[in-house]
Design a binder for this molecule. Structure first.
Ligand code: FAD
Ligand code: MLT
Ligand code: ZN
Length: 477
């Protein structure tokens, strides 16, 4: 790295756009969980697409690796540099403009650094809905959501970020700008480049803006907290709800008893909404865009039938928005609560919804054999087959053995996922944490195609090396 890099970057983006002081760099160099820490030659904060392009041109000319960063809430270590001190962190935190809302086209064009909650608010101000919803939405950015193909709690109704993204503006590793901000619902002019950049985790270029799909606003909601005997009952309840209410089912989140316990222990102000010891819980939400049948009645009647059929052990309906928010706090507090508990092994897996019950039984048994007392903090968006299958140390242990045996324990989870034809990364991406595991689980043809794409777009391997492809290398021939 050239010693005058910060000066040359300052020439491109101005003094406010380069962070060199160690105390000011600190928050850019560690991930949300504190699991990945790195060093950087500079942290650069371009204020426009043209400035992003200038930075990438300079880095390409000097052979300097670039790590794009949005809200730095990613859970796979993809947004922080390595320990070499030679990489540049390119933060999008000055790319914050909402470029426009097209009400008739039901789209919104926003820059990459716009925080998800601000994008939701802009849609709301226009009387519409941008449905992506994550526990991290107060910090995560649209660019990060695109780059990770974020999922969250509304996927069963609206799809992942890929389904919500109609067009992109991307700066390529050589500094060229691809102006693909088309707001078209139909566009068959060749390969789907937008789809390619969604989920590319900063390894193919820097997303600078996106055209997002908007939906009718939700006018009425009904929310319930449900105790369930097992995962089979949860899957049967999703089926029943979908038959009864169709796409008005807007969320179905599952939590094991251990997950709820973790939140109740660590998140201030939370309380158990149901008496009794239930093995599993579901947070169910219906949403309607228009007036019609009262949704509370529909939900209550469906849950009554589920109680009669022994699918549900107990249930409570929220009677105010404040009560609904308290139920959501129980669900969205798990990540924070698990962080507070110390070391854990995070897995973000998906199997066909029909296979979830057997997956949970089989995998739990294999893990209990391998590490007796292992705590299964299992929760997730089961309405789309996605479980956060996290492991905590046995009670009374400091987590040393869990961490030391991480590869072996994760292999048990991933072998089980493979036996159900599932995926080892449902929504968080691969980053650095899961790149090696993905290389083992992907089909060799798939992996080869990915390497060729990487080589075609980033032949020098300068964009976020080590993320997605463990060795950071493409293959051109
Ligand atoms: P960052 O963390 O900054 O970056 C993530 C990756 O994207 C990195 O590889 C980075 O290099 C790349 N990147 C970022 N911006 C750009 C850009 N403009 N161009 C190119 N590459 C870029 N995720 C879910 O999917 N569903 C959830 O329900 C969910 N809940 C969460 C709850 C909590 C409490 C937390 C902490 C995280 C959660 N996440 C969830 C993970 C995370 O919030 C998402 O992955 C989010 O999309 C990351 O956005 P970000 O702006 O923070 O990206
Ligand atoms: C969630 O669904 O809560 C998230 O994806 C975050 C996590 O698993 O930690
Ligand atoms: Zn999730």
């Amino acid at each position: 790295v050239t010693a005058d890099l910060p000066v040359r970057l300052r020439d491109l983006v101005g003094p406010a756009g380069v962070v060199t002081a160690p105390d000011q760099q600190a928050s850019y160099l560690v991930d949300w969980r504190g699991a990945y820490r790195g060093r950087a030659a500079a942290v650069v904060r371009p204020g426009s697409t043209a400035e992003v392009a200038a930075v990438l041109r300079l880095c390409a000319a000097e052979g300097i690796a670039v790590v794009p960063q949005g809200g730095n809430t990613g859970l796979c270590g993809g947004s922080v540099p390595d320990g070499s001190g030679t990489q540049v962190v390119l933060s999008t935190d000055r790319l914050r403009a909402i470029r426009g809302v097209d009400r008739a086209n039901r789209t919104m064009t926003v820059e990459a650094g716009v925080v998800l909650a601000d994008a939701q608010a802009a849609a709301r101000d226009a009387g519409l809905l941008f449905p992506l919803s994550l526990g991290s939405e107060g910090s995560a950015t649209i660019g990060g959501n695109v780059a990770t193909n974020a999922g969250g709690t509304a996927v069963l109704r609206y799809g992942t970020m890929r389904a919500l993204t109609l067009g992109l503006e991307v700066v390529l590793p050589d500094g060229r700008i691809w102006p693909g901000l088309r707001g078209l619902r139909k566009d068959n002019t060749g390969y789907d480049l937008t789809g390619l950049f969604v989920g590319s985790e900063g390894t193919l270029g820097v997303v600078t803006a996106a055209v997002l799909r908007l939906f009718p606003a939700i006018r009425r909601r009904a929310t319930a907290w449900v105790g369930l005997p097992d995962v089979a009952a949860a899957v049967a309840l999703i089926d029943l709800l979908q038959d009864r209410v169709g796409d008005r089912l807007s969320a179905f989140e599952l939590m094991s008893r251990e997950s709820v316990r973790t939140v109740l222990d660590h998140v201030p102000g939370t309380r158990d909404p149901l008496p009794g010891q239930h093995a599993w819980f579901a947070l169910v939400e219906l949403g309607d865009t228009a007036a019609g049948e009262p949704l509370d009645d529909v939900l209550a009647a469906t849950l009554d039938d589920a109680l009669d059929a022994d699918l549900v052990s107990d249930a409570v309906l929220a009677t105010s928005p404040a009560q609904a928010a308290a139920l959501w706090r129980l669900r969205e507090g798990v990540s924070e609560a698990q962080n507070a508990e110390g070391p854990s092994l995070k897995h973000d897996v998906t199997v066909p919804i029909s296979c979830l019950p057997e997956f949970v039984v089989r995998t739990g048994a294999a893990l209990a054999d391998a590490l007796p007392g292992v705590r299964l903090v299992t929760y997730g968006h089961v309405g789309d087959g996605n479980l956060h299958y996290n492991l905590g140390p046995p009670r009374g242990s400091d987590g040393g053995e869990l961490v030391a045996r991480a590869d072996e324990l994760s292999a048990i989870v991933y072998d089980s996922v493979a036996s159900f034809a599932g995926s080892i990364s449902a929504e968080h991406g691969l980053g650095r944490a899961k790149a090696a595991a993905a290389a083992r689980s992907l089909d060799p043809v798939e992996l080869d195609l990915m390497r060729r794409l990487k080589a075609a777009l980033d032949p020098a391997g300068l964009m976020n090396p080590g993320a997605v492809l463990a060795d950071g290398q493409g293959r051109s021939g």
